[in-house]
Design a protein around this ligand. Sequence first.
Ligand code: NDP
Length: 347
Amino acid sequence: MENRKIMVSGGTGYIGSWVVKELLEKGYKVRLTSRNTSNKTKFEHLLQIAEANKGALEIWEADLLKEGSFDEAAKGCDAIMHIASPFTLRFKDPQKELINPALKGTRNVLQAANKSGTVKKVVLTSSVAAVHGDAIDMQEKGLDAFTEDHWNNTSSIKHQPYSYSKVLAEKEAWRIYEAQKEWKLVVINPSFVIGPSLTKMSDSESLSLMKDLLGGKYATGMPELWFGFVDVRDVAKAHLLALENEYVSGRHILADRSMTMLDYAQIIREKYGNQYKLPKKESPKWLISLIGPLFGMKRGFVKRNVGYPIKLNASKSIKELGLNYTDIEKSAVDMVEQMKEFGMIVK
Ligand code: NDP
């Protein structure tokens, strides 16, 4: 791996930091891009990991929204991991804050791959949000589980705009890929990612939700919301497997299992008892519909998501990528321990 140079966008973030760690441990040369290289707190942890490992780390400035911004960074690289994209449900302007960076960012990064003359593979971090929209979609489409064959066709800029940004970005990636012959595209579609963070600086919803849970935001009750869950370290491993295995192609759903948010809280309660004001019950749907808007949950979202189980078929990630899943119990506990250590929990 020593001479292989990989450009990584979004390597400063929650998932990206674990991907960069894996690459550095394996001896790759990592060219990390960040919007603002003067803010060293964003990548100090990665410089320390680079010091302790055989790989090498370069930090380059590039912005998803600026055309041509990744062109120089991509030159001379063998592959690109395009991870960068905002993952937040706390936004004011979905076009500006979610869709533009996701869609224009994908276009800019993949055009940089086209211009590089050296890139042979792109690994794209999409999401199960590009596979399905609302939880009720499974029932409405008559499915037992979502697979890589499915696309989210129910999200829009007004309804689930984060999911919509991921659909637009992944579709754009496949369009640009089809129009060239120089590089292969492998897509990773993680479900909700949990597990310890290497950085305090991420705005990822994975960390925000855990902070809210432990901080007591849902102490009086939780909506019955179902998600697939996957460990952040497994997500990083999947990116490396996608990079290194020349036979893998297409999309890859990542999920250890599906469960409700209350199940997630329950795993933490089993280990920590009453140390945190975790929810003990689910609130009725009518109540969530009434007060949901105060928690940032629109009524249309509540109607089509609360109370509908979802199932994700992640067998391709096991059979073709060769991924072994970490138990979600371990992921949740490791995450709480890391947040305690970093002083990230406000009770
Ligand atoms: P983070 O917020 O921790 O990471 C996002 C990264 O994107 C940051 O490192 C940031 O780098 C970069 N970025 C560049 N431009 C922008 C922008 N305009 N707004 C926000 N971030 C920007 O999130 P995650 O690590 O959770 O997410 C990484 C990827 O994984 C995203 O593509 C997300 O959609 C996807 N994903 C995440 C899941 C999860 O549960 N966490 C589930 C499924 C998919 P910098 O600030 O240095 O420029």
